[in-house]
Every structure is written in structure tokens, then in C-alpha cells.
Design a protein. Structure first.
Length: 234
């Protein structure tokens, strides 16, 4: 489908030799491992047709007008452009505690809990802390402050409940970031950070990959088994 979309038709008004060369370049690009990696990354973030068409348009816009041919570099540039998302920028400023809370919400979504609130998130957070047994076990008030900060950053939103005047701690909340965005945020923060923080990022990556692989309730026994591996990697 991609080759058909990007290739020039045989009866094009362009010179025959140019059409043949152009289509050969497209054929080679589609079989390049770098392009396949870009396409996988794109579909992980958003597999919709509109997103794909936007990506292709950006790549064509980057085409070298001197040669008139597309290259893998054009698609790499388009990928970087399309993945510059405000949510990713907001995630970069999150504390480790805030990342833990986001991961707890992602876990609640994975267990098909369509409605949850701060209390539900706190229960998940306590389970994680009991499993990994770190010294950074924050109190409820500190966690709620972090929760409010996530709303200010536009990463979560509190839902209104008609006819009910609930406090924020009891109001349903919605996560506004995807698994892909969380993954990219964690991966980009592993360089030049304190060892203790790097260890926490390792735990968070284990949590996220467990969710992505199984998309079911987290197995905290598995998390404990992987703890030594995370320490070795950090």
C-alpha cells in the first residue's frame, strides 16, 4: 500500500527514466531497516490513516528539490517533526513521584477500570512501594500535591460528576498520555541523572513494559524478580 501510494504511475508526465529511478528509490526505502523502525514507532504512537498521511506529507515536504528523490533521511526528519508533542515536553518536567502516579493510572486502565480516582491511584502506588521497598515512600498529602501538579501540566484531567459536589480526591480522573509517550519520556531521562533516580526509572520501565506485553494486572512478584536485573542495567 505504501509503495503504491508513494510511487509515480507509469503513465506519468515525468520522463520515463526519472519515473523508473524514483520508483526504485521508493522500493529501496521501504525495505530499509531504518525506515521500518520509523514506521513501527509511528504506528505505536498512532496507527490511524490520518496520522500516516500526515507523516508521508511531511516526508515529501522534506524532499531534496535538487535531486527530486525521496530518501530515508526525509522520513527521519518527518518522524522527528511529528513526534514533537506538547505532552512529551510536559512529561520531561515531571518528578519521579509524578511518573509513578502516571504509571499507576496506566495500570488501572490496563485492568479495565474505566473509572478511578486519586484514592484508587494511591492504593496502586502503595502496592508498588511495598514491592520495590525503596526509601522514597511519600505520604498521602505529598502525593496529592503531585497529582494536582499533573493536572496543571495537562497530563490528567478531573471529570465532572453531575449533581455531585465531590472533592478532587474522590472525583473520577482521566489519564491524557499514551503508553508510547510514557515510554519515550522514561527513555530520554536515563542519561546524566543520579543513580537513585536512574534506579527508579528502571523500575518504571519494568512496570511499563509489563503493561505493554500483557495489558493485564501487574505481577508484582515478577517486578521483584526483575529488580536485580534493573540494578545491573543502571
Amino acid at each position: 500500500l505504501l509503495e503504491h501510494t508513494l510511487s509515480l504511475p507509469a503513465d506519468s508526465s515525468f520522463p520515463h527514466d526519472f519515473v523508473v529511478k524514483f520508483n526504485e528509490e521508493i522500493h529501496n526505502i521501504l525495505r530499509d531497516q531504518r525506515f521500518k523502525a520509523i514506521l513501527t514507532k509511528l504506528s505505536d504512537a498512532d496507527s490511524s490513516v490520518n496520522n500516516l498521511l500526515s507523516f508521508l506529507f511531511r516526508a515529501i515536504s522534506c524532499m531534496d528539490t535538487k535531486t527530486g528523490f525521496l530518501s530515508v533521511k526525509n522520513f527521519e526528519t518527518a518522524s522527528k517533526s511529528i513526534h514533537r508533542q506538547p505532552k512529551l515536553e510536559s512529561l520531561q518536567g515531571c518528578s519521579i513521584l509524578e511518573l509513578y502516579l502516571l504509571m499507576c493510572m496506566k495500570k488501572l486502565e490496563a485492568t479495565e477500570q474505566n473509572s478511578y480516582n486519586f484514592n484508587s491511584v494511591m492504593k496502586e502506588y502503595k502496592e508498588i512501594q511495598e514491592a520495590i521497598k525503596t526509601s522514597d515512600n511519600y505520604e498521602r498529602d505529598r502525593c496529592f500535591t503531585a497529582f494536582e501538579h499533573l493536572e496543571q501540566r495537562g497530563l490528567i484531567s478531573f471529570e465532572d460528576v453531575r449533581g455531585m459536589n465531590l472533592s478532587l480526591q474522590f472525583r473520577p480522573v482521566k489519564l491524557l498520555v499514551s503508553s508510547y509517550q510514557l515510554q519515550e519520556s522514561l527513555k530520554s531521562r536515563t542519561a546524566e541523572i543520579p543513580e537513585n533516580t536512574k534506579l527508579h526509572l528502571g523500575y518504571l520501565m519494568v512496570l511499563l513494559y509489563t503493561l505493554l506485553l500483557s495489558y493485564m494486572a501487574l505481577d508484582y512478584v515478577l517486578l521483584l524478580k526483575m529488580k536485580k536485573l534493573v540494578i545491573l542495567q543502571t
